[in-house]
Write a protein that binds this ligand. Structure first.
Ligand code: ZN
Length: 282
């Protein structure tokens, strides 16, 4: 498989594996909730949220804003916004600081159409590195100051009882936050590609020092160039280092020598000092 395709496949697997490992292993903290929001959702309903995050985890508590009698949902949002700003100002510099941000959370239940069962109270929890990218939701109702009908949505329960506010349960998230998922796959694909390139470069250098073909490792000892020797590995056909005028990545590109204007005078292969060959043999 070409290195690029292999890197992307490994990038996808790494992204998924990390998200699910985090979900299975990392306890989701309840506090501190550093980011608070209040907004009108697409149904015109006032919703507020509070977020806690740590590397690889984003947990969002959300619930309906209580609308005072006679007030509109929009007025409730304004009042709650003022309240959050006051709270943020009070907590500044206390170690309990929090910030209010505009709009709904960056992922979860409220990024698209609000689902019909997303009423009253719930939570969205996302996992992944570098960005939390897969999430599940717990939706619930408040009756007589208690949460009832708690339902895990978009996740596979692992342990504990799913709750919109309790955090002593584990589940595997299944819902993608597409932009973040794509960013994570790009990140890990690049990491795998760089790792593969580094390994190939080290292997090529080691083989060159040992007098072997860079591509297949066939020993080229005794075939040390000269005008009568073909400029390719007799085993795999790859161009010979040294014969391709010292090009480090000139493997498998013998045609380069025949470009018009290129001097057809291959320099002899670099002699291998015995000490170097031994010291770097691994
Ligand atoms: Zn070869």
């Amino acid at each position: 498989m070409p290195r690029l395709a292999r890197s992307i496949l490994l990038g996808m697997l790494t992204t998924l594996a990390l998200a699910w490992l985090l979900a299975a292993l990392v306890p989701v903290p309840m506090y501190p909730r550093r980011v608070a929001r209040v907004w009108l959702d697409r149904d015109g309903r006032a919703v507020s949220s509070a977020e806690v995050s740590l590397p690889g985890v984003l947990d969002i508590w959300w619930d309906d804003v209580k609308v005072p009698p006679g007030a509109t949902e929009g007025q409730a949002v304004s009042a709650q916004r003022d309240h959050l700003d006051t709270l943020a100002a009070e907590r500044r510099g206390t170690g309990q600081q929090m910030r209010r941000r505009e709009g709904p959370p960056p992922l979860g239940t409220f990024r698209g159409e609000t689902p019909a069962d997303a009423r009253s109270i719930g939570s969205d929890t996302a996992f992944g590195l570098p960005f939390p990218c897969l999430w599940y939701s717990v939706r619930s109702q408040v009756r007589n100051n208690a949460l009832v009908g708690e339902t895990l949505v978009g996740g596979i329960p692992l342990s504990g009882v799913p709750s919109a506010r309790g955090r002593d349960f584990r589940a595997l998230p299944l819902r993608p936050a597409w932009l973040r998922l794509g960013a994570n796959i790009a990140f890990w694909s690049l990491a795998w590609w760089l790792a593969g390139a580094a390994v190939a470069w080290r292997r090529g250098r080691r083989r060159r020092r040992r007098g072997q073909c860079e591509r297949c490792g066939y020993s080229l000892a005794g075939l040390a160039g000269g005008s009568s020797t073909p400029p390719a590995c007799p085993e795999c056909g790859a161009a010979r280092p040294g014969v391709t005028a010292g090009r480090r990545n000139g493997v498998n590109k013998p045609a380069r020598r025949d470009r018009p204007g290129t001097a057809r005078s291959p320099s002899p292969p670099r002699p291998i000092p015995p000490s170097e060959g031994r010291a770097n043999g691994s």
